[in-house]
Design a protein around this ligand. Structure first.
Ligand code: GLN
Length: 280
């Protein structure tokens, strides 16, 4: 059997099992099983696969059919063009979160050595992308989960950044930063309503509840950000957070009441996804 034939067989298996984007996923999985990258597929597609590669590929396909996220099976996923190790215990970087980094890029442009905090850092995708884009910046990545910190450390190494400091701790207390003053605070906190979690698609069920569960109304972490962080920020400090659909208004209101000028940024579907706040 050729690479292309095996790929098509896998894609059909996924499609038959109602996996969305069956051909897209099968393409990634065949490349992993055969050990080629996307550019080599066209060159190698008529080559014969070994029986070992076939067994390996079919086992990846079976994991995908069982609901394991594609990104966990691959073990690595891209964010802002940089690679990030992912797996059980850490949230998969999502494209909408790049909006937050784009906003930060604009704000930090021209600043000499800014101090940035990334709260609930997870895989470190936000903190590490900012550190890559601004080598003179100092970035503090705060993460509570031990499992996520393991990935965060791996990702700091993988991306060879020297300007990210990992702080394992709970954002419920801004004291963990021992008096460091930020120019910019970024966060993609857990924001899913507790009752919604069992209803999320089965791939998301594989992701850590701790990275998803935002409490009864999904807003627990924004309340902490408002009381523990914004309230203690000097005038002019900027905060930007990602939020869930239909949460932007409540969060804007909360941050406004914490003495900030607020604004929102829409995602590609026109949903306000990021709330920005500048302390007055
Ligand atoms: N975007 C994720 C989801 O809805 C949630 C991430 C988060 O809670 N920060 O699947």
């Amino acid at each position: 059997m050729t690479v292309n034939e095996l790929y098509r067989q896998g894609a059909e298996m996924l499609d038959y099992a109602f996996v969305e984007n069956a051909f897209f996923d099968a393409r990634w999985l065949i490349e992993k099983a055969v050990g080629i990258d996307a550019n080599q597929f066209a060159l190698k597609k008529d080559k014969k696969v070994s029986s070992k590669q076939e067994v390996e590929f079919l086992s990846l396909i079976r994991r995908r059919i069982a609901g394991e996220p594609l990104q966990y099976i691959l073990g690595e996923w891209e964010f802002m063009g940089y690679p990030f190790c992912v797996g059980e215990g850490v949230l998969i970087p999502r494209p909408e979160t790049e909006l937050l980094v784009d906003f930060a890029k604009e704000r930090l442009n021209g600043k000499t050595s800014p101090v940035i905090f990334d709260l609930c850092s997870g895989s470190g995708c936000i903190a590490i992308s900012i550190a890559k884009l601004f080598p003179k910046a100092k970035v503090y990545a705060v993460e509570k989960s031990h499992e996520a910190c393991v990935y965060l450390k791996k990702n700091i190494k993988l991306n060879k950044v020297k300007n990210v400091e990992l702080i394992q701790g709970d954002i419920a207390s801004s004291l963990i930063l021992k008096g460091v003053t930020p120019d910019l605070i970024l966060s993609n906190p857990p924001y899913v309503e507790t009752d919604e979690i069992p209803r999320l698609q089965k791939e998301v069920q594989h992701e850590p509840v701790m990275a998803l569960d935002g409490g009864k109304d999904g807003l627990d972490f924004y309340k902490i950000l408002a009381t523990e962080w914004i309230a203690k920020m000097p005038a002019g400090t900027v905060m930007a957070v990602e939020c869930g659909e239909s949460q932007a208004e409540d969060i804007s209101q909360m941050f406004f009441l914490s003495k900030c000028d607020v604004d929102t940024i829409n995602d590609l579907s026109g949903i306000p996804r990021v709330v920005t706040a500048i302390k007055r």
